[in-house]
Design a protein around this ligand. Structure first.
Ligand code: ADP
Ligand code: MG
Length: 727
């Protein structure tokens, strides 16, 4: 055998990688951190004092930059700093609706007209760019007469240097908007939602007498799951290369059954790659903290320390980019798809979320005695109310063709949105619903049974892995986000729905206190009613169980099973009103997203289906036919030798029958893929879900059956047992 599959294994067996690329004895972590960032410290050292002050006021308090001289001074300092770091070009980095990042590079070079050139970068160039926007998805927002798109500097996310083999680039995070000012990206709505939440949270804090707080930030720490497999496997797997997931592949005899992967020893090459990624991320100012093996073979996780949600979103995009690029250096490929391999766990992103004041006070910090921490209770109840009122918006914010393989399977949260509070908080909420909460269940210490060990404090609540939205100590964790997602979308929704809740609560409390009711009494009057209405969304049991599905239905909780079921929520009247009220998305912007998500779904499924047909016809069928010929020859030879060929004939019959069905299923899928689209994106998405996906499932089953019948030396596709275990 000498096909791409065998060559992959030979290459892996025979390649030596240089794993010792960084010496942390000479490049200390704390010295690496932020070296490639135009950080506060760099700004302070390089900007005139008034300019530095104006810029910091924008970053920390959200004040608008109005003076063009500030932008000019910042641009000039940025340019000098970047050139010292070897930059030849700058780019406005933006996050179009593809969910990826986009960039176009411009050189700093300007000819002087006398045969020489100077390096130039003005405030105007820093503030605004005009990439050719016509090729990005706009969902119909940009008619041809207004086809322009603009990038606009986001001063709250610091510029940084991207190093590459020949020269470096100054990267400037930007928003991306149409000529009419509509958001064509994921960053603009996120920034708007952060402002909406801040404004409402400030009203509550004001009631508590905290008038010195100028801004409330939403904070996010995303835990990122991903797979790393040897890059050579891509050469025999066009599906992984083009779609990021395997479209065929029989279940291996050993998968994750032994539960020996999670937190297991990290393989050496992978650990080398992780350390290299982390060094890159430290330089970029990304505060990565945790790394470990995940549940599935070859699956890993990386988690940073939380930051404000805008920065966390930019940093998460950058994290995915750094892992992808660094993996390549170690002969690995990073798979960020939600379900690269069937039958084992897929990948998600746990979006840890909270709110904090500009002074750093975490508004979801319960303290030692949450039962009489009125401020905490108000903010916490606001989140519960938001999730209870808008579960479908949260659901659609994590919907994609890729995530459909995960949500609702017994490895990821169910598609039903519910909240886990943990025993301590649950108890307090129950007390609160009935009247004034009087006590907090103690955490205490654990009895380990060996007196030489120091005492271990016990957390007041246990963990629950099956809940899509869990309170974890001093933050909520939204666990349904897909691994390849930009966290911008889910956080935009989260911020907006909580802003609405805070608005509602602030309004009620302001009215009550204005008529002389003391604040605590007003809170006591208000919260029990909210909890009564919202408690249907609270569920502390096993989210994977069938009973929960029935119970959720009884409670009237929505269960939007897939992307196509979820998409209409975007343009529902209540969604349009909500996002309009807080100026996060206009109706046109929502309609655009409704169209873009539908189109994206259709395209992704169609590409996968076409790829399946292609692989079926040109890889699996030929292998199976060759093998069939071989077996037929063996049957005949056995017979001519005068022996009973019964068993061999039975094998041939099974092979032939499976192959026949496989060919029929290939033809059926081929036909379904070529079905003419209606032109309406959502109608097409429905059609694709109902006609194409079932045929993909059927073809896969038959292809995987062939994998277990055909001679191994003829099988052309790298198998699960190879891809997941040869390291
Ligand atoms: P757990 O083990 O419960 O998942 P960790 O302490 O490991 O919790 O934190 C997981 C993630 O949550 C980390 O990225 C962490 O920075 C983040 N996180 C912690 N506190 C907050 C907060 N106040 N806001 C947002 N994210 C937070
Ligand atoms: Mg976690």
């Amino acid at each position: 055998m000498s096909n791409a599959r065998q060559k992959a294994i030979d290459a892996i067996a025979n390649t030596e990688y240089d794993l010792n690329q960084i010496d942390f004895r000479t490049s200390h972590l704390k010295e690496l951190f932020g070296t490639l960032v135009f950080s506060e410290e760099v700004q302070k050292a390089r900007l005139p004092k008034p300019v530095f002050k104006a810029l910091q006021k924008t970053i920390k308090q959200g004040a608008q930059l109005t003076d063009p001289a500030v932008a000019d001074a910042v641009a000039s300092a940025m340019k000098d700093w970047a050139i010292e770091h070897g930059a030849t070009h700058y780019t406005h980095l933006f996050q179009p609706m593809t969910g990826l990042t986009a960039e176009k590079h411009d050189s700093f070079l300007s000819p002087t007209g006398t045969g020489t050139a100077v390096a130039e970068f003005s405030g105007k160039e820093l503030i605004k760019g005009e990439p050719d926007a016509s090729s990005f998805p706009s969902g119909g927002i940009r008619a041809t007469f207004e086809a322009r798109g603009y990038t606009g500097w986001d001063p709250t996310s610091p510029a940084y240097i991207r190093e590459s083999p020949n020269g470096a680039t100054l990267v400037i995070p930007t928003v991306f908007v149409s000529w009419t000012g509509e958001a064509l990206d994921k960053k603009t709505p996120l920034l708007r939602s952060m402002e909406a939440l801040s404004a409402q949270a400030l009203r509550i804090l004001k009631l508590f007498g905290k008038t010195d707080v100028v801004k409330v930030f939403t904070t996010v720490g995303p835990e990122q799951e991903y797979f790393l497999i040897d890059k050579n496997f891509l050469y025999s797997r066009p599906d992984l290369l083009a779609c990021g997931r395997t479209l065929f592949g029989a279940k291996p005899p050993k998968g994750q059954e032994l539960e020996d992967q999670y937190f297991g020893t990290i393989p050496e090459r992978v650990l080398a790659c992780m350390a290299d990624c982390e060094a890159e991320m430290f330089k970029l100012g990304i505060p990565v903290k945790t790394r470990h093996n995940e549940v599935a073979p070859s699956q890993y996780e990386i988690a940073p320390i939380f930051e404000d949600s805008n920065l966390a979103t930019d940093h998460n995009q950058l994290t995915m980019d750094v892992i992808r690029r660094t993996a390549d250096k170690y002969g690995l490929v990073c798979l960020l798809h939600e379900k690269p391999f069937a039958g084992i766990n897929g990948s998600g992103k746990h979006n840890n979320w909270s709110m904090a004041t500009d002074a750093g006070e975490n508004l979801l910090e319960p303290g030692q005695t949450p039962h009489d921490n009125a401020q905490f209770l108000v903010f916490c109840v606001a989140v519960i109310r938001a999730v209870a009122k808008y579960p479908e918006l949260l659901r659609v914010s994590v919907a994609s063709a890729g995530n459909d393989h995960r949500l609702g399977a017994n490895e990821a949260p169910p598609a039903i949105i519910s909240i886990f509070l943990g025993s301590q908080l649950q108890d307090i909420m129950e007390q609160l619903e009935k009247g004034k909460p009087e006590k907090t269940l103690p955490g205490g210490f654990m009895e380990v049974g060996a007196s030489v060990l120091p005492k271990l404090p016990r957390d007041a609540g246990d963990r629950n892995r099956t809940s899509p939205f869990a309170f974890t100590g001093n933050k909520f964790e939204f666990r349904a986000v897909g691994s390849s997602f930009s966290i911008g979308g889910p956080n935009t929704v989260l911020n907006t729905i909580v802003a609405e809740s805070l608005d509602f609560i602030a309004g009620a409390l302001e009215r009550a206190t204005a008529t002389g009711t003391p604040l605590n009494a007003a809170i006591q009057d208000l919260l029990p009613g909210i909890l009564k209405e919202s408690k249907k969304v609270v569920f502390n049991g096993d989210g994977y169980s069938d009973e929960w599905h029935k119970e959720a239905e009884r409670r009237g909780l929505p269960n939007l099973k897939n992307t196509v079921d979820s998409i209409p929520v975007i343009i529902r009247k209540d969604s349009v009103e909500l996002f309009g009220k807080y100026k996060v998305y206009s109706e046109r912007e929502l309609t655009a997203r409704y169209n873009i998500f539908s189109e994206k779904y259709v395209k992704e499924v169609t590409i996968e289906a076409s790829m399946m047909v292609h692989m079926a016809k040109t890889m699996i069928l030929p292998a199976a036919l060759r093998y069939q010929g071989e077996v037929a020859g063996a049957v005949n030879a056995t017979k001519s030798a005068g022996l009973d060929a019964g068993a061999q004939f039975e094998h041939l019959k099974e092979l032939s029958a499976t192959l026949g069905k496989f060919q029929a299923a290939t033809a059926a899928l081929d036909h379904a893929v070529h079905h003419k689209h209606s032109g309406d994106p959502y109608t097409d998405a429905k059609a694709v879900r109902d006609t194409v996906i079932p045929k993909m499932v059927e073809l896969r089953t038959l292809g995987d059956a062939l994998e277990t019948l055909v001679a191994d030396d003829l099988w052309p596709l790298s198998t699960y047992r190879e891809m997941l275990f040869i390291k």
